[in-house]
Write a protein that binds this ligand. Structure first.
Ligand code: UDP
Length: 248
């Protein structure tokens, strides 16, 4: 959500460091934990930086209801992205709004590309993404955790994971993984998500403006970061399977 750049806010200091002390290509720390909810078929909790805390619950595949929503050829994926009222500085009015409907749609489509939906005609897979605390990058953090929760639920996937990151332009420089000040007061942001194995882009949005060179630089930074993020996703899932087999 860009608010424009007030001239008194400096987002990159004289040493080239960002407001939270990171270098332009540095990711915030990411932690993912699976199986945190007993009643869901699969779940994951992600902390992306200290500021983003998101819980994901997956249900299904189960018969799609109401029936007229069923697709006779494939399962439908219904992601619902929701921000808690207390997740942001200014109380967020509860319930869906234009932004959450848009984010739910783009996440549903990205997940649909990763899941073997044709194996489950007439079914639906529900993915609830609850943002408990937000500090920019929540759609990508939510999608990254949703993919882990789906794999933890045993939902067959074309590609084990879909993960991504946001890049953007602040103070005229391309930087990776925008924090809230950068997202709000920077000149552009570009969230993107990729299927790990095939490299297929399943989500890309852009706010603001970039030259084609800047766009190329931003997307190559994201591609690099996605490898690291996929690794974190795999480690979260390996932890789950080791625990299931009675190990550590
Ligand atoms: N945000 C907010 N109130 C809102 C929506 C967003 O304070 O109603 C903040 C929140 O920290 C969010 C950030 O603005 O993470 C960036 O929002 P954007 O729409 O760019 O989506 P995101 O980067 O979270 O995917």
């Amino acid at each position: 959500m860009r608010l424009g750049t007030p001239s008194d806010i400096k987002l990159i200091d004289e040493n080239g460091l960002r407001v939270d002390g990171r270098t332009p290509e540095q990711l915030r720390p990411i932690k993912i934990q699976t199986d945190v909810l007993n009643r869901a078929d699969g779940s994951a909790y992600i902390e992306w930086g200290g500021g983003n805390k998101i819980m994901v619950a997956v249900y299904g595949p189960r018969e799609a209801y109401p029936r007229h929503t069923q697709d006779i050829e494939r399962a439908i994926v219904k992601a619902r992205y929701n921000m808690a009222a207390f997740s942001v500085d200014e109380r967020k009015k509860p319930g869906p709004d234009r932004r959450s409907v848009e984010i739910s749609k783009v996440i549903s489509e990205a997940l649909q590309a990763a899941i073997l939906v044709e194996q489950f005609p007439r079914a639906q897979i529900d993915v609830f993404i609850e943002v408990l605390q937000a500090d920019a990058g929540t759609r990508i953090a939510g999608l990254t955790a949703a993919s882990v929760a789906l794999a933890a639920a045993g939902v067959p996937m074309r590609d084990l994971v879909v993960g991504g990151c946001t890049a953007g332009k602040v103070d005229g420089q391309i930087v990776l993984d925008l924090c809230r000040e950068e997202d709000n007061f920077g000149q552009a942001d570009l969230p993107m998500a990729i299927l790990a194995r095939s490299g297929k882009v399943v989500l890309i949005q852009m706010d603001g403006d970039l030259t084609t060179e800047e766009f190329d630089r931003a997307t190559s930074m994201i591609l690099n970061a996605t490898k690291r993020i996929n690794q974190i996703q795999r480690e979260a899932l390996q932890g789950k399977y080791i625990a299931e087999q009675g190990g550590e």
